[in-house]
Design a protein around this ligand. Sequence first.
Ligand SMILES: Cc1cc2nc3c(=O)[nH]c(=O)nc-3n(C[C@H](O)[C@H](O)[C@H](O)COP(=O)(O)O)c2cc1C
Length: 383
Amino acid sequence: MGFKARMRFSAREGAFRARYQQGFPQKALPNLASNYLRGVYEKVLKPLFFLMSPERAHYAAMDLLVFASRVPGVSWWMRRRAGKRNEGRSVDVAGLTFPNPVGLAAGFDKDARWLDALEMLGFGFVEIGTVTPRAQGGNPQPRLFRLKSDRGILNRMGFNNDGLYPAAGRLVRRPKGLVVGGNIGKNKITPNDKAVDDYLACVDALHAHVDYFVVNVSSPNTPGLRELQDKEPLSKLLRAVVDRNNTHPGSRPVFLKIAPDLTDGQLDDIVDIVLEEKVDGVVATNTTISRDGLLTPKDEVEAMGAGGVSGAPVRERATEVVQYLASKSGGQFPIIGVGGVDSVEAAREKLAAGASLVQIYSGMIYEGPGLPAKIVAGLPADA
Ligand SMILES: Cc1cc2nc3c(=O)[nH]c(=O)nc-3n(C[C@H](O)[C@H](O)[C@H](O)COP(=O)(O)O)c2cc1C
């Protein structure tokens, strides 16, 4: 490069740096990038994906994301942006440091296939699973439906997953900076009186590979599973999981994931059990079996059949549950708030209700891959 060209270049670089240090690009770039992503998603990708069946669209979207993450420079640039966005936004919860408080909820990456690509989008943590000891196919298709007018999803997937060992194998190469939770459950064919064995098998196989566990007893799509939320079986299950976890070197925080359909009395029991059994925290909430207040015509919803509803329709109830648990427990354990988080405002609502972290699932479908970065950037730094 000649002298004049070098001077022009360094003048430009100097101007850029000066603006950068004043804070302009730091604020503008994440917004530009996530606005651009949102535009492409809203105008091009979402209409295409919404032509496909929801289940097919999920895999197509993830194939595309993995492809994008392999374009030279893309992953590096997005991670660099995420690193800057995370500054001042890390949170310590249950003895773990989360790079930021926005996570991906269970069910999205059940088999730990896409952790690198998901980290690139800016998630501070990803919860894999629900994983069951043995692989199972889940319910027959169709089992996933869009409630477009409600910005919601109805699913009865039924814990389709590859089983413990393939997930554990993939986790060996998990990205370093990302916190990974293992959401564990029981196989459909396992009767409830043997359910504890399934959860313990999951603890043993995943212990070396995950940072925290979530005991899932709240999916509406495995027959009888939610009966494990009753006081006696729940205490027994949690005691066994916590004890087994403690036999491994470096025990992992254990969370309990609950349904939004519990009564106040049942939530009171949950608070007691969590404290008595020394569970580290609660994930509130899973999908709801309620169909109240949906805008989608009743006959269309009925035709979809059984399953749990997520997204905007569950937002208010999930926030209520977070608030109830936080106030009943006097903040004695952390809560991960999940249900209808699809904007900065919705995330702030969960945090204001008492959650320490939030998770997203349905919001990714309606808002697209720019959502986690947008929410992280919209949360106060060094709060
Ligand atoms: C298609 C689908 C599959 C899900 N699978 C699981 C699962 O395997 N385990 C689990 O604990 N939660 C599962 N969930 C529930 C989500 O983790 C989350 O709790 C719920 O969807 C509410 O969040 P959202 O409104 O952001 O979607 C699933 C949700 C959806 C939509």
